[in-house]
Design a protein around this ligand. Sequence first.
Ligand SMILES: [Zn+2]
Length: 289
Amino acid sequence: MSDYLIRALAYNNQVRAFAIDGTDLVNKAVNIHSLNPLAASALGRGLMGTAMLNYMQKDKNVVTTLQIVGQGPMKGLVCIADKTGTLKGYIKNNDYESYGEDGLFGVGACLGKGVLNIIHDLGLKTPYTGMIPLQSGEIGDDLAYYFTTSEQTPSLVALGVKLLPNQTVSLAAGIIVQLLPGADEKIITNIEQKIYNMKSATALLKKTNSPEGMIRELMNNNEVVITERVAMGYKCNCSEEKMLQGVLSIGKETVMEIIGEQEIVETRCHFCQQNYHFSREKLKKSLKE
Ligand SMILES: [Zn+2]
């Protein structure tokens, strides 16, 4: 597993930046979910964005969820990141032809109109939540809008997934650059120009070979201080016990109704597609406990 995320400061602490190489983890997500090309791009961008959002939070226990609910055929997605470098996610509907007659040529078109929710859960009673209407639906633009409106932080966000014709991910990269309070606005104009010239986050990763290289390139080789480096991976933490609790949470009456008709209840984890089976006896016993 070679994926990692870095956090850095530059321009004498006027700018902070995050960069991630997510090639292996996005590849794993695409394989687990057998994603169509646009769903692969959407989930990959979402996962890398969520990882960077998570590492913007100071608290060590924070779990960050990025959720998109859209009216397009993809219907939306869910991505979750925590500070052990673990990422997981799923697309709500992957069962459509992404290059179909409807002319759905972009991630934004597949997601359609909708909203983006960000949830930072610190394990306290009320998690921090923020919501914006989707702008382009291309996810990078939407996150930039989120930072500007919800957090009043001018930000540049570039997220990209490059797929080969055989559906393997050749590159997945993300970068977020933010101006810290009191920063010279000219700096962001410079960086913006560099990102524009670079075309995409994956092109930048290809040219520079590493998250450190991506940031140094964008900062004009201005002194960059790397403050954090974390290995990243796609991993699900589901278990038989958690899935059982999920089944029971639909309510005693409903569970009784289902096991009245079925000997075995099957349930599948959205994040890793693993199936779990619970027998009628097991569920009856669990309901009593
Ligand atoms: Zn799972």
